[in-house]
Design a protein. Structure first.
Length: 367
């Protein structure tokens, strides 16, 4: 019985009684070819050829037998590569290593073929169906690795890969976003329209300062009870809440802008201090208040110190000066005067500041 080569690797299948005394050589050759089939092979294509034939030789070394086959050469157009015999049934990794940026097309017969772009590798299988044999992309139905199912074809330029959350990956197109009224440092806000944002001209941030334009409100709270505003000249803190407006601090100072000049100082358990031109004039203390300087009414002969129903209990003072010369006549003789009451060791004296005369109260000692 003669030897045959009908297997997919085209190994020598010796017939019974054939090759007497040379079985060892034939077997060694077959083993070498099996090793070749498990290895990497390179096959050159004639420069600029439109077609190329890869023949897996019967019982002899051939690059086309390799598990991983790389095609090289320079092409100026796509090249169709026909693998024969067309009865081989096998899977093979084929790499397009040609230069010239052209595709190679892997064919076995009149059936389907597989196109491989330059620089790409594909796993294909040949069905060995004879003249109508087909070559199929083994991964055309998709690749599943590690529980992830990859797309069967490349996406479009600029697309990205996304997942459905269940392990299925697909290509998606980036949806652009339009920013209206955009300018440097403007805060970006939603517009209410899909894929559209707004640049806020009245609200900017330069990396250090957050700026809000004049007469725009900064509002706090679900009911917007607290409002901060500057109208270009004046600044406002408005509170419409049901509770008080609380300012907390270990010490609170109100100062003149730009200079170290205090206008008011609030210190827990130490009182409130009011200043004029950086000089303290009034200080609340445990007993009441202390005043530095004089106390003046806002207008002459207009305001009272106390009232008929709200009288001072005791007044501690030095001399008492009585003067109505600037405002009104007295109710007795209709004249005006200026007098000073002074204390002596044993007597009280009254001085007429207009005439210069001095008088002594006549005092009677009481038991």
């Amino acid at each position: 019985m003669a030897s045959t080569y009908v297997n997919n690797l085209r190994l020598n299948e010796m017939g019974t009684g054939d090759a007497s005394g040379t079985w060892g050589n034939t077997t060694n050759t077959n083993l070498e070819l099996i090793g070749e089939a498990l290895a990497f092979g390179t096959e050159g294509i004639t420069t600029n050829a439109d077609t190329h034939a890869t023949v897996v030789a019967d019982g002899a070394s051939d690059a086309g037998r390799a598990m991983v086959l790389k095609y090289t050469g320079t092409l100026d157009s796509a090249c169709t590569i026909t693998i024969s015999p067309n009865t081989i049934k096998r899977a093979q990794f084929i790499h397009n290593g040609t230069s010239g940026s052209q595709n190679i097309i892997i064919s076995q017969g009149s059936g389907a073929n597989v196109t491989i772009p330059p620089g790409y590798t594909k796993l294909v299988y040949m069905d060995g169906a004879g003249s109508g044999a087909a070559v199929v992309d083994a991964l055309v139905t998709g690749l599943n690795m590690g529980g992830l199912s990859y797309p069967v074809a490349d996406g479009s330029s600029g697309q990205f890969m996304t997942t459905n959350g269940s392990g299925v990956l697909s290509f998606a197109t980036v949806v652009g976003t339009t920013i209206n009224n955009n300018a440097n440092n403007r805060i970006i806000t939603g517009s209410g329209s899909a894929n559209t944002l707004e640049g806020e001209a009245t609200l900017t941030y330069d990396g250090t300062n957050l700026d809000l334009a004049d007469s725009k409100l900064l509002r706090f709270g679900a009911d917007q009870d607290l409002i901060l505003k500057h109208d270009g000249s004046n600044s406002y803190i408005s509170d419409a809440g049901t509770g008080p407006l609380i300012i907390e601090g270990s010490q609170i100072a109100i100062k003149k802008i730009g200079v170290d000049e205090t206008m008011a100082l609030f210190t827990p358990d130490a009182g409130i201090e009011l200043y004029f031109d950086n000089s303290k004039k009034l200080h609340t203390i445990n007993e009441g208040i202390t005043v530095t300087g004089s106390i003046f009414p806002s207008a002459d002969d207009t305001h009272d110190l106390g009232s008929a129903s709200k009288q001072w209990r005791d007044i501690y003072t030095g001399d008492i000066n009585l003067n109505n010369t600037k405002t009104r006549d007295n109710e007795v003789d209709g004249t005006r005067g200026s007098w000073t009451i002074q204390e002596g060791a044993d007597d009280l004296f009254i001085l007429n500041r207009i005439s210069g005369k001095k008088y002594k109260f006549k005092l009677e000692e009481m038991d």
